[in-house]
Write a new protein. Structure first.
Length: 235
């Protein structure tokens, strides 16, 4: 007897220097309703190339969730193949193109990271930009984040950091599928106001604000993000 899997195909796109551990709790918490798979965004020379790689092995139709850098890849997937996206979730990300200043900052960061010495990943100095103040003393969370960035390493840092982020306004305005825009209330890297602006581009979009969370919402408040994603998957 053949058993049919009625779960939705769900593609999860991690952020800058992130891997499948970013989505650990969502993969487990949604396993009864979604067949989740985390894409590897560590290899490629552009966001367009990453989108093509994801599409090459994706099911014909799928739910798509992109976090931070992965949100830009998700928007590029929508640009290339919007008809294949059943529903879209954008978490703690942006839709604005890089400014000349931001491009200069990225290039400077790549020069610094390319210098001889040990790649340190997510240092204690950087952590306050990524997590909410109450989580700064959560040693287990800090260790998980740092381990993830160290697994990705120097070459992925340089590769992902060099990729130009393009403006996503036109592609977001063109979408008709269900959309969730989610942001940690205390996200300082991609603030709530940016997500309000993003959600306003899509009449069908639902804006979800995760309390007591900074930028790393899937790891900082996994239960809240999982609940929001479950609702989104049933929309």
């Amino acid at each position: 007897m053949t058993v049919t899997d009625h779960r939705q195909p769900l593609l999860l796109l991690p952020g800058f220097l992130c891997d499948e551990d970013l989505w650990r709790d969502q993969l487990a918490g949604l396993a009864d309703v979604a067949d989740g798979r985390v894409a590897d965004l560590g290899h490629g020379d552009s966001i367009a190339a990453l989108a093509q790689q994801v599409l090459a092995t994706a099911p014909p139709r799928f739910a798509l969730a992109g976090f931070s850098f992965g949100g830009y890849v998700a928007q590029e997937i929508a640009r290339q193949a919007s008809s294949r996206i059943e529903r879209l979730a954008l978490l703690d990300t942006s839709f604005h193109a890089d400014t000349p200043e931001r491009i200069a900052q990225r290039r400077a960061a790549n020069r610094t990271v390319s210098l001889p010495g040990k790649f340190r990943g997510m240092t204690e100095q950087l952590l306050p930009s990524f997590v909410a103040p109450p989580r700064l003393h959560d040693a287990a969370l800090a260790q998980r984040i740092n381990a993830m960035t160290l697994r990705q390493g120097r070459e992925v840092f340089i590769r992902q950091n060099a990729m130009l982020r393009e403006d996503g306004e036109a592609v977001l305005r063109s979408l008709t599928c269900p959309v969730m825009v989610l942001c940690g209330r205390l996200d300082v890297l991609t603030p709530l106001a940016l997500h309000e602006e993003m959600a306003a581009l899509m009449p069908q979009a639902q804006l979800v604000v995760v309390e007591d969370s900074g930028h790393m919402s899937p790891m900082e408040q996994p239960a809240a993000v999982t609940r929001a994603m479950r609702t989104w998957l049933s929309a």
